[in-house]
Ligand binder design. Structure first.
Ligand code: ZN
Ligand code: ZN
Length: 593
């Protein structure tokens, strides 16, 4: 800047202080260079009698991009209109972006009108920016209108549209946009696979990936990471392994994102050992790799190991973020490490200056609740700077059920339902609380409330992957081609564990409001069908891995423990919140989940 100021003095001496070209260069430096000074630029700008559209553009871009002062960019645009300067095609992308980051919805629409008025309705860059803006405002219809009016669809506009639809859960609309492009680039493929993953349509993601391979699209590190996250989300270990092998044999660059995607996949598919092996083998470990590994240990109930790994991370001077602490606290909660959790909760704020978010408070409530320290859990809730959401209350409610605090639970349960009336899980928790206290009338009332409000139950299913094929079971379903065999196997399995003391937990059936169909006998719950199928199809001694989308029920948990003993099989079941490793009649969760 000091050199620039000297040059500026020279130009003034030479009588060029109102020369647009010269002043333009000075403003450009001040507003676009890393060492620039926007205030200085503005002062020079104010001294020019008739600034032209280029100068306006440069300065607006400076405000928006360099100084993150989008509002000033919008004001500058207004001044430009007052001065009767006609905008050109470089003006609008910048103003639209400014409206977008400033969440200026009304101004954004006005600028859109101006784009049309000044004849830039067909300008590709302006249109792309408008689509991006409307997607950000969650105005998908308006985004689509701009998209449909474009004379030709670019990759940028398509991926923006696809991502926008996916974010709001409209996967069919995203697919329609994807299919409308004849020449698909790898960026476009990736955005569509990601859209399937984001909306939880893992099978769609896999089908698209297969099509991609058929069409000989090169598998790059971005697509690999996206497909790995689909494997992690659905427990598809076989495909995950294949992609890992592909990455190794094709020497795809293992950047921090891809490395943590691989670790995450192995953790979520139940292969903790393999995840650790890869983690330890990384030449340099980024924050995301540490986070994935600590989080993996946490959901597998290895609290001590997770805490130890965190200490190692601190020793290596890797600065943790809020996700790291969420994982550490989860680890403590799942393993009952109360003192450690308290320390880390303080440490996070005092030492690292990370403000706890609602998830961190939820974790602490969960921790105290599990330990039966209801008062401490209440204290956390009362001390929260924000209003507790349904998931925080849900954690406390679960604790009230386990520890028989019916009255408090009732109050919390009602509050949680009011906060999130469409979430079936909250009703289930309250009903379970009543059931555990034998208040059957109240159970019926909750069920009625749920029906009256037409709360959609999430249908429960269990999935098992064998030889790369995923088989999905819902309670009592007979759609599987080999269902005769599977049901016979389940009957035989239950018969043999009955000999070692298995007794169906009838209580659970009576008040089971969860996704499993209450009309179906307990013995044909989806978990049991999946285990039966696993025993039928795998080799003796092979580990059975099952993914269940809801919480595993008490009876299936009990049966799985006994099966692991009687059949000498390790069963690894992932439910919606954690992993259960069943081995020799015991479960890693120590029966609290
Ligand atoms: Zn069950
Ligand atoms: Zn368990």
């Amino acid at each position: 800047m000091s050199e620039l100021q000297q040059l500026h003095a020279h130009t003034i001496k030479l009588g060029l202080s109102t020369d647009t070209d010269t002043m333009g260069q000075i403003i450009k430096f001040c507003s676009a260079s890393k060492n620039g000074d926007l205030e200085y630029a503005l002062k020079v700008f104010d001294g020019i009698p008739n600034p032209d559209v280029f100068l306006y553009n440069i300065l607006m871009k400076g405000f928006w991009r360099m100084a993150s002062r989008p509002r000033d960019a919008i004001v500058l645009y207004l001044r430009m209109l007052h001065d009767a300067i006609t905008p050109n095609s470089f003006t609008f992308p910048c103003v639209i972006r400014a409206c977008c980051v400033d969440s200026a919805v009304r101004e954004g629409r006005q600028v859109h009108a101006q784009v049309l008025k000044f004849g830039f309705g067909e300008d590709v860059v302006s249109s792309n920016n408008l689509i991006h803006m409307y997607v950000n405002f969650l105005s998908l219809e308006e985004a689509r209108r701009v998209f449909d009016k474009m004379p030709s669809r670019s990759v940028v506009s398509c991926t923006t549209m696809i991502t926008g639809y996916a974010r709001s859960g409209f996967v069919d609309e995203a697919l329609e946009v994807f299919e409308s492009i004849p020449e698909k680039s790898s960026v476009l493929w990736n955005s569509m696979v990601a859209a399937f993953v984001q909306t939880g349509h893992f099978h769609g993601a896999f089908a698209l990936f297969e099509r991609m391979l058929d069409e000989k699209v090169v598998l790059d590190k971005f697509i690999a990471a996206t497909v790995l996250s689909a494997c992690a989300g659905s427990g598809a270990l076989g495909l995950g392994k294949w992609i890992h092998f592909y990455i190794q044999s094709n020497e795809i660059e293992l950047d921090p994102k891809l490395a943590s995607a691989i670790i995450d996949m192995y953790c979520k598919c139940g292969c903790l050992e393999k995840a650790l092996e890869i983690f330890n083998g990384l030449p340099s470990k980024g924050l995301s790799a540490w986070n994935s590994m600590i989080g993996g240990l946490a959901v597998h109930g290895k609290g001590d190991a997770a805490v130890k790994l965190f200490m190692e991370m601190e020793k290596e001077k890797v600065a943790p973020d809020h996700i790291t602490f969420l994982n550490v606290l989860t680890a403590c909660a799942h393993s009952g490490l109360i003192e450690e959790a308290n320390n880390y909760f303080e440490h996070m704020m005092d030492f690292y200056g990370i403000k706890p978010r609602i998830e961190h408070f939820g974790c602490m409530v969960d921790l105290f609740g599990r330990a039966g320290m209801i008062n401490e859990a209440m204290e956390i809730i009362e001390g929260m700077p924000m209003t507790p959401d349904a998931s925080v209350l849900g954690a406390l409610l679960g604790a009230c059920r386990v520890h028989g605090k019916v009255e408090l639970g009732e109050r919390i349960g009602m509050e949680a339902i009011d906060l999130d009336p469409s979430n079936s899980g909250r009703y289930v928790l309250l009903a379970n609380l009543y059931a555990s206290a034998g208040k059957w009338q109240d159970v019926a009332e909750v069920r009625k409330l749920m029906n009256d409000r037409e709360v959609e139950k999430i249908p429960g299913f269990s999935a098992i992957e064998l030889d790369g094929n995923i088989s999905k079971f819902v309670a009592g379903d007979r759609n599987h081609p080999e269902s005769e065999l599977i049901y016979a196997k389940v009957d035989a399995v239950l018969e043999s564990i009955r000999k070692v003391g298995y007794e169906p937990d009838i209580n659970e059936v009576l008040h089971d409001l969860s996704g499993e169909d209450i009309e179906t006998p307990l013995c044909y719950h989806s978990e049991k069908l999946a285990i039966g199928f696993g025993l039928l199809k795998s080799k003796p001694g092979e580990t059975i891995r099952i993914y269940k989308n809801l919480r595993i029920c008490r009876d299936c948990h009990c049966a799985a423990k006994l099966i692991s003993e009687v059949f000498s099989r390790e069963i690894i079941m992932r439910d919606r919140s954690r992993f259960h490793h069943f081995r020799s009649g015991e479960c890693s969760c120590k029966d609290s989940w």
